[in-house]
Design a protein around this ligand. Structure first.
Ligand SMILES: *Cc1c(COP(=O)(O)O)cnc(C)c1O
Length: 467
């Protein structure tokens, strides 16, 4: 109130409130309590200060004070926007099981629960219990991988990009690496085989053509400076038509002893039955690969990690490379891998990756989908769709799937945004300018939340909201 202002009458100034609430007072609001527990008190305090400052500077506030400004609501909106940045459980209705942007492999609940105890206490991470001496941080992993793949030894690193980089750095720095022209690929965001070779100080020797590379191509390119033949699995693209790749056994047989054969297999395909045409890890080792590299969180279905399996002498060298210090995993990843592989070797469902579990549930997914089409006949229609494994694996392979096409008064993009911005966030996609939810990849544990959200949404539509 400004009673000294001669231009304004008492009556009009009296109604204008230029006083904003105090930060401490706002922090007590019940409607901010959930944000304090989710974002922390100091962060919410900063948001309140920022919002108050922005209100103070606004023209509306300068001319008419707070009378048309809902201060509390504006702070809540700021908190909600920031909350979107936090990691959330989201619903994958994209039909891509290993969705890189949605965290790739969700872990099985039982695997996650099983490692809780070991990770909330001290562990024998780098101590050999038998003699009390300092040990490596491999735990039971070498034993499990020997049984699983027949590999002599294994090394665990942060991701498969690190596997490939470490192999090149230790085994081929300053030397030549032979790679087929058909395999000089880019995997996801900026991981290009030629770049990674250059960074690790190797000289790339290209052989063959995009569609044909023969054993002779590899063998004829070998010099005294050759350290490796690197074969890279074509994970995220597909070359059809006239193609030829060499018989790996043949290449191996003809390689001189100073040249190692390394296969970047990528997906971690082993005993899964859904892709019989894919060469399995153990087969590559059988055919003579000295090392195979693969991700922990693709087909295998574990945490983000890279595994290098194969010859013990090479694995030991990799383990001694100084860069291993930067690439090694912590106890959480190691314990998850141990638990997952034990379950896998015991053929327990919890040992299956998400791709395998998703594809095993196609009939149930279809039933669920049909029941939902009947539940919301006004707003959705059943649609047969295809499902992909994804995550840079088997690009040419699709599996049957099903979902719902949504038919609402909202514009397709607005509907997609609405689904993504609610809780839990639902990720569908646009197809022929319609919103499609592929239900094949919705986890069983998310089904109830999915139905609850859509029930509420369709009720709003029934009552004329969003129109
Ligand atoms: C996925 C993939 C990579 C990269 O693995 P990340 O675990 O994502 O680092 C490397 N090579 C191949 C062949 C792949 O499929």
């Amino acid at each position: 109130m400004n009673s000294k202002s001669p231009q304004l009458s008492e009556a009009s100034t009296a109604r204008i409130n230029y006083r904003l609430p105090q930060v401490e007072q706002l922090l007590q609001l019940t409607l901010l309590a959930p944000f304090i527990s989710q974002l922390s008190r100091p962060v919410v305090t900063d948001l309140i200060r920022a919002e108050l400052a922005s209100i103070r500077q606004s023209e509306t506030f300068k001319t008419e004070g707070t009378q048309h400004i809902d201060v509390n609501q504006r702070i809540v909106q700021r908190c909600e926007r920031l909350m979107l940045q936090r990691q959330h459980r989201v619903i994958n209705a994209t039909g891509i099981a290993l969705h890189t942007n949605l965290g790739r492999s969700p872990l099985h609940q039982e695997v996650w629960d099983a490692i809780s105890e070991v990770n909330t206490g001290y562990t024998n991470l780098e101590i050999t219990l038998e003699n009390g001496k300092r040990g490596g941080r491999n735990g039971l992993l070498p034993t499990l991988v020997r049984s699983w793949l027949g590999a002599e030894n294994v090394l665990l690193v942060n991701n498969n990009a690190a596997s490939v980089y470490l192999v090149l750095l230790e085994l081929a720095k300053g030397k030549e690496v032979i790679v087929s022209r058909g395999e000089q690929i880019q995997i996801g965001g900026g991981f290009r085989i030629p770049d990674i070779l250059a960074l690790s100080g190797c000289k790339l020797v290209e052989v063959g053509t995009t569609n044909v590379t023969t054993a002779d191509d590899y063998i004829n390119a070998i010099t005294d400076d050759t350290a490796l033949v690197l074969m890279v699995h074509q994970s995220n693209f597909f070359i059809g038509g006239f193609t030829e790749s060499p018989d790996i056994r043949d290449v191996k047989r003809r390689l001189p002893s100073h040249v190692n054969l390394v296969i970047d297999q990528g997906s971690g395909m082993s005993t899964e039955s859904f892709a019989p045409d894919e060469t399995q890890l153990a087969t590559y080792l059988d055919m003579g690969a000295d090392l195979v590299c693969f991700s922990g969180d693709k087909i295998l279905g574990g945490p983000q990690a890279g595994l290098i399996a194969g010859r013990d002498d090479l694995i030991q060298r990799l383990g001694r490379n100084p860069m291993m210090r930067a690439f090694r995993c912590g106890r959480i990843i190691l314990s998850l891998m141990e638990e997952l592989l034990v379950r896998k070797l015991n053929q327990d469902t919890a040992g299956q990756g998400i791709a395998e579990r998703t594809l095993a549930h196609l009939p149930q997914a279809r039933q669920w989908c049909e029941s939902l089409a009947q539940r919301w006949p006004h707003w959705v229609a059943f649609v047969a769709l295809s499902t992909q494994v994804g995550g840079g694996t088997m690009p040419a392979q699709t599996y049957p799937g099903c979902g719902l096409v949504l038919n609402t008064p909202l514009k397709p993009q607005a509907l997609l945004d609405h689904l993504r911005l609610g809780t839990p966030a639902i990720f569908g996609y646009l197809h022929n300018n319609q919103v499609v939810l592929n239900l094949t990849t919705v986890l069983a544990a998310d089904q109830a939340a999915f139905v609850e959200r859509l029930d509420a949404f369709f009720q709003q539509l029934d009552s004329g909201e969003h129109a």
